[in-house]
Design a protein around this ligand. Structure first.
Ligand code: NAP
Length: 290
């Protein structure tokens, strides 16, 4: 039986949950193998190239990619999946037909988890806008970096209207321009209070790292601004397990979740690409709860 050699490249990686998730995936699917961390400094392009050569040669069967290398790996790959191409970032690398391929499971991972969250029994969404079809629903995305690009791509493809709010207006404008077939609204955090009526948003997604450990007392949502009155809140940050944004939203009676579900889903999708096996989600959740 193949012993799968899998891993994660990024910098810094010491707090990554991926080894626990993928080790549980291997065990629950009855597969042999291991999942290693490959910390490579942002400036070490040679180190990155050497690691990717190990995937090309079959020594490593699958590689996840995280900050700061999601774009850095692209020049070393033979092709990108359509999703990775449209997002411009890679989080999963593998060999197919002798080609070194870069894919992106962050976007589908988010979508799967968002849909689960929106359709759980306890969810009540005024007007039913958030359930099932999203034809006329409006999402506000905080942040305009790599994860925002993946999330916005997902949302637009699924019929959401999207507003991007970033601390640098030009970054939000730039990101909006990369979706030429859609009309996106852009703003910066300061103008959120003045220009926008937050009551109109159905979904608020935080894609900034604000609130992440060790800055757990911070929230990306402006302090004096009321939350959109019936929005569902999705915070991509998953460390801590309950962020200030999620706590504040819940305390005002809104439904809110962190990005742990997305982390699990993107990992499971990558694992399936590498091994052909679909790991049971419950086992993956158990692995990070221990
Ligand atoms: P990124 O490319 O660095 O983008 C971060 C964005 O947040 C940028 O627009 C950045 O603006 C903004 N930002 C940073 N600090 C800010 C602050 N103090 N106030 C306001 N805006 C701020 O990072 P990324 O790859 O998109 O990742 C963002 C977050 O998502 C990270 O916390 C990451 O862990 C999380 N994430 C979670 C998952 C999951 O599976 N749950 C997957 C991917 C990412 P500037 O350019 O001005 O700094």
């Amino acid at each position: 039986m193949t012993a799968y050699r899998l891993g994660l490249v990024g910098y810094a990686l010491s707090h990554s949950l991926s080894p626990k998730i993928h080790t549980a995936a291997l065990q629950s699917c009855g597969l042999r193998g291991d999942y290693s961390l490959f910390p490579i400094h942002p400036d070490n392009k040679e180190g990155l190239e050497e690691l990717l050569a190990q995937v090309r040669s079959g020594e490593i069967h699958g590689l996840n990619v995280t900050i700061p290398h999601k774009q850095n790996v692209i020049p070393f790959l033979d092709e990108l999946t359509p999703t990775a191409k449209s997002i411009g970032a890679v989080n999963t690398i593998y060999v197919r037909d002798n080609k070194l391929v870069g894919g992106n499971t962050d976007a589908p991972g988010f979508l799967v988890d968002l849909k689960k969250f929106l359709t759980t029994e306890t969810h009540t969404c005024p007007g039913g806008k958030c359930q099932g079809r999203h034809g006329d629903a409006h999402a506000l995305v905080l942040g305009a970096g790599g994860a925002a690009r993946a999330i916005i791509c997902d949302l637009l493809n699924n019929g959401w209207d999207v507003t991007i709010a970033a601390r640098r207006l030009e970054q939000a404008q730039q990101l909006a321009l990369s979706f030429p077939n859609y009309e996106l609204l852009v703003t910066n955090f300061e103008s959120l209070q003045a220009d926008f009526r937050p009551v109109t948003f159905d979904l608020l997604v935080n894609t900034t790292p604000v609130g992440m450990t060790p800055n757990t007392g911070q929230s990306p949502w402006p302090e004096n601004l009321p939350f959109p009155s019936h929005a569902v809140i999705y915070d991509l940050v998953y460390n801590p397990r309950e962020t200030k944004l999620v706590k504040d939203a819940c305390s005002q009676g809104l439904r809110a979740t962190t990005g742990l579900g997305m982390l699990i889903e993107q990992a499971a999708l990558a694992f399936e690409i590498w091994t052909g096996r679909n790991p049971p989600r419950e086992k993956l959740w158990n692995a990070i709860d221990n």
